[in-house]
Design a protein around this ligand. Structure first.
Ligand SMILES: NC(=O)c1ccc[n+]([C@@H]2O[C@H](COP(=O)([O-])OP(=O)(O)OC[C@H]3O[C@@H](n4cnc5c(N)ncnc54)[C@H](O)[C@@H]3O)[C@@H](O)[C@H]2O)c1
Length: 312
């Protein structure tokens, strides 16, 4: 299959590109390399340094390589940056997605879109949150992702396309960007490796649905092959607290890290976990990597490289 991966030099996109190449797909990457690194990818992969905000360049590339599927992962992912500059966030995350949909329309490609589950459902959502809930995002990032989803639904109705939305939980694993929704895993691993005390904001009881990047890649591959439109939560369904996460990292490291407690950050969600019943039934997908196994892989990766020393 010919696949275009936007954001393919990013944390999740590079794992997805590796996996698609491994099964014999012809993969092209479009990435502006704002946070992505071309060095993460196999040197044989064509990386086009373009922005999804450039509609002309995007469509020209699509017309040249004629992808059957576009996996759209390019995004500004920093939730706090979206609060500081909502227009810039929407420029990439909303308008960029519209540009991807138009490029896909020009070549009759299907789009599989990386949306968010963790930043979508809001503070009062039932846990685990099913797809049917009305999203009430707490930041412009989640609003932009939801708006992009609405365009995808609109294109499916207008043009009969089979575009797909995957609402990802808090994704962690090797190559993780600390600014992402689950950046805390990379940051904690870095602090523990350096023998520094990780900072826990609030009481550490806040929970997230941490899902291993290998399971996310498997969900994308399944959605690519599934071929029908849909909106699916992609997570584990299990809420894990920050303190439990830290304890697991400590077990992997072989010593218990002593957290530094700091005041809770305003606007931070207390709880988030995704109901994955629909993905299990319709995509026959479920997360297979336990948190302990995923953390062990992430810690090993951090140990082998330059540990991230951020205050978290
Ligand atoms: N990491 C998570 O926990 C998580 C959770 C839910 C959803 N997602 C979504 O998954 C996708 C991938 O996230 P990630 O964690 O790998 O982040 P990432 O920052 O590592 O990857 C995003 C990639 O997009 C590229 N990019 C940014 N702006 C671009 C633009 N204007 N044009 C072209 N490329 C651009 C970046 O250079 C980077 O390579 C994003 O859409 C994100 O919103 C991530």
């Amino acid at each position: 299959m010919r696949v275009l991966v936007t954001g393919g030099a990013g944390f999740i996109g590079s794992h997805l590109t590796d996996a698609l190449l491994e099964r014999g797909d012809a993969v092209t990457v479009l990435d502006d390399l704002s946070t992505g690194l071309a060095g993460r990818l196999d040197p044989g992969v064509a990386v086009h340094r373009e922005s999804v905000t450039d509609a002309v360049a995007l469509t020209r590339l699509a017309e040249r390589i004629r992808p059957e599927v576009i996996c759209h992962l390019a995004a500004r992912i920093d939730v706090r940056a979206s609060v500081a500059d909502p227009a810039a966030d929407a420029g990439v995350n909303v308008v960029g997605t519209i540009n991807v949909l138009e490029a896909a329309r020009a070549v009759d490609a299907r789009v599989v879109f990386a949306s968010t589950g963790g930043a979508l459902y809001g503070a009062d959502a039932e846990i685990p949150s099913p797809e049917g809930l009305t999203p009430e995002p707490e930041a412009p990032y989640g609003t932009a992702k939801y708006c992009a989803e609405q365009y995808i639904g609109l294109y499916n109705r207008l043009y009969g396309t089979g575009h797909t939305v995957l609402r990802l939980g808090n994704v962690y694993g090797p190559r993780q960007d600390p600014a992402g929704e689950a950046g805390v895993v990379a940051i904690f691993c870095g602090r523990v490796l350096l023998g520094r005390r990780p900072t826990v904001f609030g009481d550490g009881a806040q929970t997230r649905d941490y899902v291993y990047v290998g399971d996310i890649v498997e969900a994308f591959r399944t959605a690519v092959d599934h071929g029908r439109p849909g909106v699916w939560n992609i997570g584990t369904g299990v809420p894990t607290s920050v303190l439990d996460l830290l304890e697991l990292i400590g077990r992997t490291a072989g010593h218990a890290p002593e957290p530094l407690f700091a005041p809770a950050r305003p606007g931070e969600l207390q709880h988030s976990a995704l109901d994955v019943t629909r993905a299990t039934a319709e995509l026959k997908w479920c997360a297979r990597t336990s948190l302990a196994a995923g953390i062990a892989k992430t810690y090993k990766w951090a140990e082998a490289g330059e540990p991230i020393d951020a205050k978290c």
